[in-house]
Write a protein that binds this ligand. Structure first.
Ligand SMILES: *[C@@H]1O[C@H](CO)[C@@H](O)[C@H](O)[C@H]1NC(C)=O
Ligand SMILES: *[C@@H]1O[C@H](CO)[C@@H](O)[C@H](O)[C@H]1NC(C)=O
Ligand SMILES: *[C@@H]1O[C@H](CO)[C@@H](O)[C@H](O)[C@H]1NC(C)=O
Ligand SMILES: *[C@@H]1O[C@H](CO)[C@@H](O)[C@H](O)[C@H]1NC(C)=O
Length: 492
């Protein structure tokens, strides 16, 4: 992981460090170990001299001190906290401490007038209600299980690996399923014919569990033998699952299988009977519905967190980073016919960061298809839909992504941007490599890091093919955030 402590100087420095770090890391990974370049140190010197930052440790705001006492920024006003100590940004909870250090150089930088393009392109068949339209590119971002230009094609993701005579449900994988496989996401449920068809049958739940041979030894699961007699039973004396009524079970009137639980996001309670919010990037910024990790944006909004307005949105709802905006509506704009892109002039401070809206296989789909709610996220929600922060290493990538998306330095104008953020949630790939056959690390001989590098390569190829920005600088102004628990990546 990249230590936040090291990055406490300024946003400019952070970005510089991040891009250098990325380069060095990539070189590390692809070629040979390399020491940081000379440029890195000179840049660091200059920035340190020209900008007085907030000094903050990874522990957060408690030990924040100012150097040379610059004017205090009223951050609490800008990022008000809710009852659960989560910052609410356009109705979306957001963690304050993370964003604060991004503001360190605000008072120093000068405002510029920036032309932001508000997208008006439409997508094929409006993405068939099975995806979100990127109105800048006119391309659909399809939900899990759908693909094609208008998201009209169905993809079937298997829960199980191919069966063999010894292993009728295939070899073990997290998604292994003896009951109903939802092939849009490769997730296992009770299915039709049971009292609770949408109740998950996750992993060991569906299989016979052998008691330990010696006392104290762990129980073992027999992945070759389904436990259908129990999970489908209506006999209250047997440890059931798919027909077990939560009230009766809580009152201990009937038995239930203890290996069954609610691993999937959006469900709590012993019997998965409590629907809760799932985790989405910035909780869809208040302009969409979080479908298990993928933001289903309201009409007029798009982007991984529904934070980008299209020409169909109401200007009064535009995010803070697009304000104050001045719009020139072209005289020949044909409001009734095909909508055109509009230009909005927004006052902004450098450095400006352009965040790629990559196809969802690099981010949203990895969140939507999660098999454990805690995988690669920085928070989940409790019974009252209150935020529970996880403090997990792999969640740091999501936290960083959310901060950049809501940062006042964000721009939609790639021509003016100083930095380019590549949102690849590789921490999801790393944690999810065993989730389901379609994510299999098989071709990578089980090496998660190799699977992840393949992912970075795909993102790179997508960027150089579809955008002009990488080639101009050979990617030197591109920011990648790696969240790997390997020391050498963090100390580059
Ligand atoms: C329910 O299961 C118990 C224990 O396996 C068994 O003794 C009993 O006969 C079953 N009852 C019915 C109605 O099948
Ligand atoms: C929490 O959110 C879920 C999903 O949006 C909703 O179904 C549920 O009713 C909410 N629970 C509470 C206590 O508000
Ligand atoms: C506006 O668009 C509609 C539909 O595309 C078209 O029929 C109409 O001629 C256009 N009007 C002008 C003034 O361009
Ligand atoms: C960027 O360079 C690569 C490799 O030289 C090339 O394949 C690609 O088409 C270029 N991209 C653009 C948008 O020009």
């Amino acid at each position: 992981m990249i230590s936040i402590e090291k990055w406490r100087f300024s946003w400019t420095l952070v970005a510089t460090v991040a891009s250098v770090l990325t380069l060095v890391s990539v070189v590390h990974l692809f070629l040979f170990p390399l020491v940081p370049s000379f440029d890195y140190f000179t840049a660091r010197q200059q920035i340190q001299n020209s900008c007085v930052p907030i000094k903050e440790s990874a522990e957060g705001v408690t030990n924040r001190v100012w150097e040379n006492s610059p004017p205090q920024l009223n951050l609490d006003h800008r990022f008000p906290a809710d009852l659960h100590n989560a910052v609410v940004y356009r109705n979306a909870p957001w963690k304050a401490e993370i964003g604060r250090w991004l503001s360190g150089c605000d008072s120093v930088a000068k405002e510029v007038d920036l032309v932001e393009m508000i997208g008006g392109k439409s997508c094929k068949s409006d993405c068939s209600g099975q995806g979100v339209c990127n109105h800048e590119l006119g391309q659909c971002r399809c939900f899990h299980g759908f693909r094609g230009k208008g998201c009209s094609e169905r993809i079937h993701f298997q829960c199980n690996f191919p069966k063999t005579p010894e292993l009728p449900y295939g070899r073990w994988v997290v998604s292994i399923c003896p009951t109903h496989c939802d092939t849009t996401r490769a997730m296992c449920f009770c299915g039709e014919g049971t009292k609770y068809p949408n109740r998950p049958v996750a992993e060991a739940c569906g299989f016979q569990v052998n008691l330990p041979s010696q006392p104290g030894a762990p129980k073992s699961t027999d992945w070759a033998k389904a436990d259908l007699d129990n999970i489908f039973t209506t006999n209250g004396s047997k440890p059931g699952w798919c027909n077990v009524d939560p009230e009766e079970a809580y009152a201990l009137k009937v038995q239930f299988k203890e290996e069954c639980d609610c691993k999937y996001d959006g469900l709590l309670g012993q019997f998965c009977e409590v629907p809760v919010s799932s985790t989405c990037v910035n909780q869809c910024s208040g302009h969409g519905h979080c479908r298990g990790g993928f933001c289903q944006c309201d009409n007029g909004w798009y982007g991984v967190d529904c934070s980008i307005p299209s020409v169909m949105s109401s200007m009064s709802e535009w995010p803070q980073w697009l304000r104050p905006a001045h719009i020139d509506i072209p005289i020949n704009a044909n409001i009734t016919g095909n909508l055109v892109n509009l230009n909005a002039v927004v006052k902004k401070k450098r450095p400006l960061v352009y965040v790629y809206d990559l196809p969802p296989e690099f981010n949203s789909l990895l969140l939507e298809g999660r098999h454990y709610k805690l995988e690669c996220v920085n928070r989940i929600y409790n019974e009252k839909n209150e935020t529970l922060w996880t403090d997990m290493l792999y969640g740091s990538q999501m936290a960083f992504y959310e901060s950049i998306l809501a940062s006042p330095h964000r721009t939609l104008n790639g021509e003016e941007a100083d930095f380019f953020f590549v949102p690849v949630l590789d921490s999801c790939i790393i944690t999810r490599a065993d989730d389901a056959p379609h994510l299999s690390a098989q071709e990578h001989r089980g090496l998660r890091s190799s699977l992840t590098l393949e992912f970075y390569k795909k993102a790179y190829e997508h960027i150089i093919e579809h955008y002009p920005y990488w080639n101009r600088t050979s990617g030197r102004d591109h920011i990648w955030v790696l969240a790997m628990p390997l020391r050498r990546y963090g100390t580059a």
